[in-house]
Design a protein around this ligand. Sequence first.
Ligand code: NAD
Length: 252
Amino acid sequence: MQGLKGKTVLVTGGANGIGLSICRRFAAAGCTVAIMDMDATAAEAAADELHRSGATALVAVADVSDYEQVRQAIAGLESDIDILVNNAGWDRFMPFVQTTPDLWHKVLGINLFGAMNTVHSVLPGMLARGQGRIIAIASDSGRVGATGEVSYSASKGGVIAMTKAVAREVATSGVTANVVCPGPTDTAMLSAVVNSSSKPDKLSDALLRAIPMRRLGKSDDVAGMVAFLASDEASFITGQVISVSGGLTMCG
Ligand code: NAD
């Protein structure tokens, strides 16, 4: 893909799962990869792996839900961020009536405010340079809703709307903003969500049956779409929401 080599990409939640696959993809394309994660050990391990592959990798340890931590971590990178991938996320599977406001605040704090914190921190630099790419990893649950994931669906719907609004607001500036929605993808997060349900086996079967392609996503499935949206090929695409979910949702 054109236009990625030499760019600096910040990937939140880049130490594991989908985020790590995205980091590997950008590293292979010749980008400098900045991993923002609250798991310092995993972030350092991911950066070591990217270094060994010949890439330049930076680590920014921060809890994305904390605005000041995010700002300080980005300032500490001392790099202009060309591409922002809002990937960090968290979820628990539970009927809405059993959830508590504390859980809602945690889910929205990480998934929605985390994304707002990073966009608010990097967008001024992108606007000043007249170029930038923002890609949010939301979820099909944010498009159609998901049983047992009411606050998570709300947070991902919020990420979709926020990213579209940013895309519209800065459309003439050279900055694009788009959303990728994975479906159920085989990562530690999915295992934790499934195992936190009262009937994990039943939930796993139901997820598989709901996916027309009849398999879970792999974290590498998502990375290619993210790289495409960051590339020159996608320069006329903004404010769009694309599912990478084996056909789970087919939204018009
Ligand atoms: P994961 O749990 O495997 O990895 C998430 C990473 O984010 C971890 O490295 C974790 O340390 C980091 N993280 C979590 N909270 C953080 C915080 N507050 N601050 C900084 N870092 C934080 O998860 P994943 O499955 O790779 O999910 C990545 C994204 O994809 C999330 O936004 C998730 O909602 C979305 N998603 C995942 C699935 C799925 O089935 N796995 C489906 C749809 C959407």
